[in-house]
Design a protein around this ligand. Sequence first.
Ligand SMILES: C[S@@+](CC[C@H](N)C(=O)[O-])C[C@H]1O[C@@H](n2cnc3c(N)ncnc32)[C@H](O)[C@@H]1O
Length: 114
Amino acid sequence: MNNNYDKIANHYDTLSRLVFFKSQVNAQVNQLQYIPKDSSVLIAGGGTGWILEEITKIYPSGLKIVYVEISAKMIALSQKREFKNNQVKFVNLGIEDFSTDTVFDVVLTPFLFR
Ligand SMILES: C[S@@+](CC[C@H](N)C(=O)[O-])C[C@H]1O[C@@H](n2cnc3c(N)ncnc32)[C@H](O)[C@@H]1O
């Protein structure tokens, strides 16, 4: 599948907030309270990784997160985020090409669209 987000990765968060204000951020942050402690979390299409920092504000440790992103630039930005002692595995693939034996407690697909 094509990756359309590399070209705008550095500016994505600014552009998103210009268009949607913080509605996309708030919709996601609102759901994070439902992540169980010490759980396994799959995030597909997490963008620049700001959501990792929001999750880390709630749980600075104990989570096992798999972060599947089709854009290599989004992955690179996400790897620089603060996720403290949570375990984060970054996978640069389209979610449709990702396979795993892991059973996830939570699956987040935050505004996953092309
Ligand atoms: C609209 S952006 C949303 C980014 C982030 N969730 C946010 O709310 O700021 C969609 C993200 O999904 C990624 N994406 C698009 N199609 C994908 C796919 N098939 N598999 C994994 N990631 C994908 C894009 O690279 C982009 O980072």
